[in-house]
Design a protein around this ligand. Structure first.
Ligand code: ZN
Length: 194
């Protein structure tokens, strides 16, 4: 993608950051600084955004690594302010494969949310009065809710959400592909209208 910087590679897949993401980073930094009138507040906001960034990369890797299992390589993963995009070489032509590839992203968020929930339950029981734990706890709770929201949001049965692909894959197991895409797109439009 144009105007992107390569941050590195994970499992041989290039991870890129689009220039517009820096605008979001700047906006978060400034708005947090103004809200709290403190550098600490600003750092808090920026660290949270970077954590969010990490979660989105893991979500996209879920899609990319599942696609790899079906022999489909991923060109790159790019982070935009609206989310991440994993560019697969091609879409799976077997609906069953498309189903697994689409489900793998939200599944990563479900796993992360579950792990964070367990960590929170364990840590808040250990030292509830420690200041560090209160701050850390809030941060982790926010991350947990972000993962819950991402899983639910992405499973909305509308394109281009993962749920739209899941729906099409399920329909395509019974109908032909064109018809399945049509029905999935119509349901998506209905959702958008609502
Ligand atoms: Zn996804």
């Amino acid at each position: 993608m144009k105007w992107s910087w390569k941050l590195g590679e994970i499992a041989g897949i290039g991870i890129y950051l689009h220039v517009t993401f820096l605008l979001l980073l700047g906006w978060v930094a400034v708005s947090h600084y103004l809200a709290g009138q403190s550098i600490a507040m600003m750092i808090n906001g920026v660290v949270f955004l970077l954590a969010l960034f990490g979660i989105v990369v893991l979500h996209e890797l879920g899609h990319a690594l599942t696609a790899r299992r079906f022999g489909i390589p991923t060109r790159d993963i790019t982070l935009l302010p609206i989310g991440g995009v994993a560019r697969l070489e091609r879409m799976p032509d077997d609906p069953k494969q498309e189903l697994w590839v689409a489900l793998a992203g939200p599944a990563v968020n479900v796993v992360l949310a579950t792990v964070l929930f367990i960590v929170l339950r364990l840590t808040s029981g250990v030292a509830p009065l420690s200041q560090f734990n209160v701050v850390g706890g809030e941060f982790l709770s926010k991350l947990m809710w972000v993962n819950v929201s991402l899983a639910l949001f992405n499973m909305l049965p509308a394109f281009p959400m993962d749920g739209g692909r899941v729906l099409r894959a399920l329909l395509a197991m019974r109908l032909d592909y064109v018809r399945a895409t049509q029905i999935a797109a119509n349901i998506g439009q209905g959702m958008a209208f609502l």
